[in-house]
Design a protein around this ligand. Structure first.
Ligand SMILES: Nc1ncnc2c1ncn2[C@@H]1O[C@H](COP(=O)(O)OP(=O)(O)OP(=O)(O)O)[C@@H](O)[C@H]1O
Ligand SMILES: [Mg+2]
Length: 315
């Protein structure tokens, strides 16, 4: 099965979401035929590697693979590699192109020593080769290299950007989801589209309908909004609906112990669910429920009884 992170990797500038400033700069370089050495810095999964490859394709056309070399973190980063493989590539003649391009992906891990060697190489071979560094932190690149590079800052993607990407994948894969699920995807992936794509792909194997519950459960996170909603239902006297809500929470693979501890956090920290007078009483009941479970009573039945108690407060 093909990996979605490859399937959905943009192949042209137009497909790159957000990153307007950086993309504009890159496009201008292509247009003017003036490609500089560059540092692309920014958080994970926002398009740095993607943009470098798109740039290489735009500059070199169908001879891009011959003129573009990518070294990633799994490659040897030692000085010997820089002086061997890299040097050989940098000094060799470009093929049907004015220069070659080499991408140091995840360059944060390049040693100082290696960077010093690169600095000399950049001077020596700047007529035949352009150096591109992709990093999470610009400060991991030594000052003399920074000063030789144009710096392109990749921004964290906005919610709208992330949603655009989700919609693109969902549409193409025939996935359905509501807004809550999208919010959950954005939340668990923290704007890292690589992480996001992987979550979507693994959830799609379970069901074409993606729910927020499934997203949170996949990330091992409790959906506290959903738990609060279940508590509200119970406190409004609707025991049946409340029970159903908690059933879906438990079905997503979260265990009772985690649910109870979240219920405790919610009840003890919020003042809008139960009034001050009942609060102590409710928490006492919850502690009792917890105790019985620890003692060996059936967790599910004990928790139902707690919900029934909450519902009875209304009457
Ligand atoms: N701006 C973007 N527009 C569209 N897709 C994107 C964008 N950024 C990332 N992606 C998607 O996420 C995947 C990973 O992106 P990419 O490898 O470019 O991230 P990166 O910024 O290099 O991250 P890292 O710092 O972890 O190397 C791509 O395959 C692509 O599907
Ligand atoms: Mg990358």
């Amino acid at each position: 099965m093909a990996l979605w992170i490859e399937k959905y990797r943009p192949t042209s500038f137009d497909e790159i979401i957000g990153q307007k400033d950086s993309v504009e700069k890159l496009k201008a370089m292509v247009k003017n035929g003036d490609i500089q050495h560059m540092i692309l810095s920014g958080p994970p999964g926002v398009g740095k590697t993607t943009s470098s490859v798109v740039l290489a394709k735009a500059v070199f056309g169908n001879v891009w693979t011959q003129n573009f070399m990518e070294l990633n973190a799994s490659d040897d980063r030692k000085l010997s590699v820089i002086q061997g493989k890299v040097k050989e590539f940098a000094r060799s003649r470009p093929i049907d192109a004015p220069f070659k391009m080499i991408l140091f992906d995840e360059a944060d891990s390049l040693t100082q020593e290696a960077q010093q060697a690169l600095r000399r190489m950049m001077e020596e071979y700047s007529s035949t080769c352009r150096f591109v560094f992709s990093v999470n932190y610009q400060s991991n690149i030594i000052e003399p290299l920074q000063s030789r590079c144009a710096i392109l800052r990749f921004q964290p993607l906005s919610k709208t950007d992330v949603y655009e990407f989700i919609d693109r994948v969902a549409k193409n894969e025939g996935l359905t989801m509501d807004n809550e699920a999208k919010e959950a995807l954005e939340y668990v992936s923290k704007g890292d589209l690589r992480a996001l794509t992987n979550v979507m792909q693994s959830l799609s194997n379970i069901s074409k309908k993606i729910t927020s519950m499934a997203v949170y459960a996949n990330a091992g996170i409790l959906d506290s909004g959903k738990i609060k909603q279940g508590l509200k239902l119970a406190l409004s006297g609707d025991y049946v609906k409340s029970r159903e809500t908690f059933e879906t929470i438990l079905e997503s693979g979260i265990n009772m112990k985690e649910v109870i501890s979240e219920v405790f956090d919610i009840l003890s920290s919020s003042d809008d669910l139960v009034d001050k007078k009942s609060k102590n009483y409710v928490i006492e009941k919850l502690a009792e429920t917890d105790y019985r479970i620890v003692e060996g009573a059936t967790p599910y039945i004990q928790f139902q009884s707690f919900l029934a108690f909450l519902s009875s407060l209304k009457g």
